[in-house]
Design a protein. Structure first.
Length: 142
């Protein structure tokens, strides 16, 4: 209990999934790898207790950290950001992007469409990484 797991090891980008978006993270990692971006994928598995060792390791060994969850603002990503700030891990150039459901009314639709609209699908994850890296042209193609 309280321990995440790394499913894929990489060196530049880390995707930290909490919940059901794990498969999209794995698929995004493959696409990012094809574009030359070595990508780790970790399954946080628990929000509490937060796996601080895993988060610390990902933050120290990657340029970009993207958290991906079905929750809204104030959830898992907020806990991760709070931890990173208190540990001083945001002061060395780490680019962090939280992907969550929007804090707004969302029309009902098929889950796939709702995830795509929120940027929580494979394409949205890939786009987020390219934007974080300042590669807008790549992001538009994703």
């Amino acid at each position: 209990i309280g321990r995440g797991r790394v499913l894929k090891e990489g060196t530049k980008v880390a995707l930290l999934s909490f919940g059901t978006r794990l498969q999209d993270c794995l698929t995004a990692a493959e696409e990012l790898g094809a574009a030359g971006l070595s990508t780790s994928v970790a399954d946080a598995r628990f929000a509490k207790p937060l796996d601080e060792d895993l988060i610390r390791r990902l933050a120290r060994s990657h340029e970009v950290l993207v958290t991906v969850e079905e929750g809204s603002v104030g959830g898992f990503a907020s806990q991760v950001l709070h931890f990173l700030a208190h540990e001083g891990l945001l002061e060395s150039g780490l680019k962090v992007r939280p992907l969550v459901l929007p804090d707004a009314f969302t029309d009902h639709a098929k889950p796939e469409k709702m995830y795509a609209d929120a940027g929580l699908d494979t394409a949205g994850i890939v786009r987020t990484v390219f934007v974080a890296l300042g590669q807008a042209a790549q992001a538009q193609r994703a």
